[in-house]
Ligand binder design. Structure first.
Ligand code: PLP
Length: 449
């Protein structure tokens, strides 16, 4: 694998430009032992060998997308200042950049005047959304599908909100009939709708859930930590497109720039359609709000200190790749999706495999065929290992056995869950590597014990 290093030249140049802005100050340079730092850093480099090769297209397992070089450079450049986006005192320029990028992300979803900010990640962003949800419907149940991110249940535990899981349909989407039955039985305050589940990339049927909302009046929170940017893509299955098209009607949205938005970890985003919810965040910190009457991001965030560098990196990336439906960024997502469709088609046409789901976005799941779900699970694990031995990195995923049986009725269910293989094709480059990925996969499958 080639690790890109040309960006170091651009970084050097931009750090020097940054320094020019502070030349009027008396000379001062922090002291440290260069030799020791160098030896420690070389040690770190070797420690980092013990990772899967995430940036390489043959890493096609978990949801890991490399940050764009411009994001990496901008983040590092900001490190020479290390701004804190809690308050304007701590990060003037980077707070302004955060407001700009958050407004752009909101516009992608069709919102012009909403409240939002960056967070440490999707979990924190969802926690804030569910915290607000509970302020508006105190004590009422929050529901999410059985394929929703596992943290929703845990967040509700932390916030002491009753939580219920809604079964999924054959396509791993929230089962609207089951949701309607729950709505008849108990007071539901908020429905979490996942547009792009983490496990399989399924898109919940938002239009039907909006219909139910007219009757029952719950809040809708969309968790699109992984799938949110697919708002820009219209080559998805028609019901997924319909869900994304209606996203502007929901109450809150989470999207993770550190999932599909080309950012280093530490960058989530939460948005509220009604800016008035800002009143729930109101507090009176004695330390931080001196420099301006303008809104401080710390006033509308549960977290106190936040990396200004995250906002800087995202701003730089969005300068290069604006969130338009016809730009390079959306093209990249379309390529990921197409890679997933191609891999899925090959697997589906091959009698050695079971393919329980058509991909809605860019995640593919499949399993080697066998007589029972237990046997399938063992084979999946072996393929995973055989692929890794050939430098193709996949993931495994535990999927409900009834859904596997739906795709392949002759198998016997002897375990409630079946281990399947899972591939997140989140790099646009995956499209050009499908042949090679298939070749290795075929070889791995042929070498099962
Ligand atoms: C990744 C993910 C989360 C959790 O986000 P983190 O950034 O990992 O904290 C929540 N929901 C969905 C749908 C996700 O894909």
């Amino acid at each position: 694998m080639t690790i890109e290093t040309e960006s170091l030249g651009i970084l050097q140049q931009s750090v020097e430009r940054l320094a020019q802005g502070f030349e009027q100050l008396p000379a001062y340079r922090p002291e440290y032992d260069r030799e020791r730092a160098e030896s420690v850093l070389l040690q770190v480099a070797e420690k980092m060998w013990d990772n899967y090769p995430y940036p390489h297209p043959q890493y096609a397992g978990q949801m890991l997308k490399p940050p764009h070089p411009v994001a990496r450079m901008a983040y590092m450049l900001a490190m020479w200042i290390n701004p804190n986006n809690h308050a304007l005192d701590g990060g003037k320029a980077s707070s302004a950049m955060e407001k700009e990028v958050v407004a752009e992300i909101a516009r992608m979803f069709g919102w012009d005047n909403c409240l939002g900010h960056l967070t440490g990640g999707g979990t924190l962003a969802n926690l804030e959304a569910l915290w607000i949800a509970n302020q508006q419907h105190p004590g009422k149940t929050i529901v999410a599908s059985a394929q929703a991110h596992y943290t929703h249940n845990r967040i509700c535990g932390v916030l002491q909100i009753p939580f219920r899981s809604v079964p999924v349909d054959d396509r791993a989407r929230m089962d609207v009939g089951a949701l309607a039955r729950i709505l008849e039985q108990e007071e539901v305050g908020t429905v979490v709708v996942t547009l792009g589940t983490t496990g399989v990339g399924s898109v919940d049927p938002l239009p039907e859930i909006l219909e139910l909302q007219r009757r029952y009046g719950f809040r809708i929170h969309v968790d699109s930590a992984y799938g949110g940017y697919y708002r820009l893509v219209d080559t998805l299955p028609p019901d997924a497109v319909a869900a994304y098209t209606q996203i502007s009607q929901v109450d809150s949205i989470v999207v993770d720039p550190h999932k599909h938005g080309l950012q280093p970890y530490g960058c989530g985003c939460v948005l509220f359609r009604d800016p008035e919810v800002g009143r729930f965040y109101k507090h009176d910190s004695p330390y931080t709000y001196f420099s301006s009457d303008e809104l401080h991001l710390g006033e509308i965030s549960l977290e106190c200190s936040r990396a200004g560098a995250s906002a800087v990196a995202l701003w730089a990336t969005m300068q290069m790749y604006p969130l338009t439906t016809d730009g390079e960024f959306a093209d990249g997502l379309r390529a990921c999706r197409q890679a997933a469709v191609m891999l899925h088609r090959r697997l589906k046409e091959d009698p050695r495999f079971i393919t329980p789901l058509e991909p809605d976005l860019d995640i593919v799941i499949w399993a080697p065929k066998a007589e029972s779900t237990g046997a399938i699970s063992k084979l999946s694990q072996q393929v995973f290992e055989q692929a890794e031995a050939r430098d193709l990195y996949l993931a495994t995923f535990s999927f409900p056995s009834e859904l596997v049986k739906k795709a392949c009725p002759e198998i016997e269910i002897d375990t409630p869950y079946t281990t399947c293989l899972r591939s997140s094709l989140m790099k646009p480059e995956h499209l050009g590597w499908i042949e090679e990925i298939w070749r290795i996969l075929d070889e791995a499958q042929e070498n099962l014990a």
